[in-house]
Design a binder for this molecule. Structure first.
Ligand SMILES: Cc1ncc(C[n+]2csc(CCOP(=O)(O)OP(=O)(O)O)c2C)c(N)n1
Ligand SMILES: [Mg+2]
Length: 678
């Protein structure tokens, strides 16, 4: 049998050798945290390497994702489907062992990490999900949801504001099964951190309401083991274990310095390190006794088997709950969801309420709530403005885990990444809201959910200058366009209550990609539609008003500007100009339709096109081309009542009509057939 240090040295060797082979990567953190990882993974964590998705596994998040070789070493050594060849391919094209741990690339990676502060925030979300799922499903003698969330994080994660948001929230909620390790090595990229890091991290976490275990020697296995036992015994607070480590532990000349943070050690130093650690094996060779010391296959199978037995008994005693638990963990929607939503959409169409789309959104949530017990909402302290609550809202807080809504406090970025963590954990459809403007605070979370292909739902109200008096700080102009630029992301900006309901349905159905639902503060005129038009809303863009003949011009609009386009079309008709109106609540969804459909809606030979959206104009150029025009806003907004602003910025029937007339005049028809209008 090998001793603990020898087992940890396998991580060190794999990490320094893989980084050296790739000529790129970060050996310092894996070498520094190897002893801690060994104790945690070998003596505490429950997981089954042969069934990485076992629902009651402990979650492990490497928030200092640059230390990815630590993660890959652990997955390889404990018996996940990650071979020594995969390790040799570290950071190579299409390898499982990407530069940073990428969710979905290899079994056992719970979230993509690398942007510092994000992993810990995801982990808080996972711990929230665990706690609430346990409250919803566990029954006496049947704790079917009962696992820890463990996080490694470096100084960098703790410096990032994001982690402050999440850790304060974790303390406020008393997440007793969250255990975080601070890799207290005094080093970040620029060198010794004394000049830029706060001095009292433990005090900060105590003030958040965490249990803090100070001054643990991260290279002393017994001390680490004792700290983890203590952490697990504290059940009403999250625990921070402060582990002092030496970055690059084992490297005689580079350890303790920033030189080993993010560069290969070099062949000579690696040889010295082997000598120093007493690791006398070729690169990528792990002796059998070391593999044996790490192998979690049998242990993992037994851990899962014990749970399976527990679940079988649960299934016998609570068959309906068991079925519901399986459904939710599989991410399957209730069978009646689509049918019921379509009924709600049809009803909304027949009633045609003249309401703000944020109110329409709330109505949709009210309709979905009883159908979807997995629906979990929240707002960054704007519930009354975002209208994200409903009659069945029950808040989750420190005293109550059995709920379906969180007041996240004023923490947009934290909220978004905690939501991502909840989604990654499984069992919930998660939405959270703020004003559209404050999307800016959470951009990276949107991007990461798109990159990870997870179905987080972002609700944004107060979608334009239409919010009025709060002024330019609160009035989005370029926000929708920047979200449209995120790959694998959809933004829906509904024009009325009916489109709002459809956008909610689509967002809930999209389990492999995130969606932003954008709603207005002000009332929006409901549009009449045929059943076919209602169906076509789902295509992201459709003909809302046609003209019987070949259109002279196509007006493309979103959200509150659709009603304007409709009025302008009426006026143009009086002038004998035939305008088609295309409502485009989701341009990305429209672009994903067949060419045939897109051509039917926007025939390529009709170049007379005007797009209307109270946002920057650039995005619409791809729809209107060089021959078309855009009515938009390329400056910041102003503080004034909404109707004054819409007028000032040209969102009037008159301006849209004139824009069309100018366009048609420029078309240069000289034969007198139409007074210059094609
Ligand atoms: C948000 C973000 N900013 C910057 C970086 C680049 N970066 C990667 S590691 C690192 C330093 C992190 O220091 P620490 O967490 O102490 O890691 P250690 O050097 O101790 O391994 C930085 C700035 C990043 N990955 N994410
Ligand atoms: Mg550090």
């Amino acid at each position: 049998m090998s001793n603990r240090r020898e087992l940890a040295n396998a991580i060190r060797a794999l990490s320094m050798d893989a980084v050296q082979k790739a000529k790129s990567g970060h050996p310092g953190a894996p070498m520094g945290m190897a002893d801690i990882a060994e104790v945690l993974w070998n003596s505490h964590m429950k997981f089954n390497p042969k069934n990485a998705k076992w629902v009651d596994r402990d979650r492990f998040v490497l928030s200092n994702g640059h230390g990815s070789m630590l993660m890959y070493s652990l997955l390889h050594l404990t018996g996940f489907n990650l071979t020594i060849e995969d390790i040799k391919n570290f950071r190579q094209f299409h390898s499982k062992t990407a530069g940073h741990p990428e969710y979905g690339y290899a079994d056992g990676i719970e979230t993509t990490t690398g942007p510092l502060g994000q992993g810990i925030t995801n982990a808080v979300g996972m711990a929230i999900a665990e706690r609430t799922l346990a409250a919803q499903f566990n029954r006496p003698g049947h704790p079917i949801v009962n696992h820890h969330t463990y996080v490694f994080m470096g100084d960098g994660c703790l410096m990032e504001g994001l982690s402050h948001e999440a850790c304060a929230m974790a303390g406020a909620l008393g997440l007793g099964k969250l255990v975080a390790f601070w890799d207290d090595n005094n080093i970040s990229i620029d060198g010794h951190i004394d000049d830029w890091m706060e001095k009292d991290v433990p005090g900060r976490f105590e003030s958040y309401g965490w249990h803090v275990i100070r001054d643990v020697d991260g290279h002393n296995a017994e001390a680490v083991d004792a700290a983890i036992h203590e952490a697990k015994s504290v059940q009403d607070k999250p625990t921070l274990i402060c582990t002092r480590t030496t970055i690059g532990f084992g490297s005689p000349n580079l350890c303790g310095t920033h030189d080993c943070h993010g560069a290969p050690l070099g062949d000579a130093e690696i040889a010295l390190t082997r000598e120093n650690l007493g690791w006398h094996h070729e690169p990528f060779v792990i002796p059998q006794n070391v593999y044996d010391g790490w192998d979690h296959t049998a242990k993992g199978a037994a851990e899962e088997a014990a749970w399976n037995e527990l679940f079988a008994s649960y299934e016998q005693n609570y068959p309906d709950l068991a079925k519901e638990f399986k459904r939710r963990m599989a991410g399957e929607l209730p069978a009646n969801f689509e049918v019921e939503m379509d009924k709600f959409i049809a009803k909304t169409q027949s009633e045609m309420p003249n309401i703000a789309s944020r109110k329409a959104s709330q109505n949709a949530i009210e309709a979905m709530g009883p159908l979807l017990p997995e629906l979990f909402g929240g707002s960054a302290d704007l519930t009354g403005s975002n209208l994200t609550n409903w009659s069945g809202t029950v808040k989750v807080n420190k005293n109550n885990a059995n709920g379906n809504y969180i007041s996240w406090g004023v923490r947009e970025f934290g909220m978004a990444h905690m939501m991502n963590g909840m989604v990654l954990h499984g069992g919930f459809k998660v939405y959270g809201a703020t004003f559209l403007m404050f999307m800016e605070f959470m951009r990276n979370a949107l991007r990461m959910s798109a990159l990870m292909k997870i179905g987080t739902i972002y609700v944004y109200t107060h979608d334009s200058i239409g919010l009025g008096e709060d002024g330019p700080t609160h009035q989005p102009v370029e926000q929708i366009a920047t979200m449209r630029a995120i790959p694998n992301f959809q933004t829906w900006r509904a024009c009325d209550a009916i489109e709002s309901a459809v956008s909610w349905k689509i967002a809930v159905l999209r389990s492999n990609a995130p969606t932003a639902l954008i709603f207005s503060r002000q009332n929006l005129t409901p549009m009449a539609r045929t059943a076919e038009q209602v169906k076509n809303i789902e295509k992201g863009g459709y003909i809302l008003r046609d003209c019987g003949t070949e259109p002279d011009v196509i007006l493309i609009a979103t959200g509150s500007e659709v009603q304007l386009a409709m009025k302008a079309a009426e006026q143009l008709a009086q002038d004998n100009i035939q305008a088609r109106v295309v409502s485009m609540p989701c341009a990305e969804m429209f672009m994903a339709q067949s060419e045939e459909y897109r051509e039917m809606v926007l025939p390529s030979y009709i170049r007379e096109r005007v797009a209307i959206e109270a946002g920057i104009t650039d995005y619409w150029r791809k729809f209107v081309g060089l021959d078309g025009a855009v009515v938009g806003i390329d400056t910041f907004g102003e503080s004034a009542p909404a109707d004054v602003l819409f007028k000032h910025f040209g969102f009037t029937v008159e301006n849209v009509v004139n824009t069309v007339l100018d366009l048609l005049d420029d078309g240069g028809c000289t034969d007198g057939c139409c007074g210059g209008h094609h």
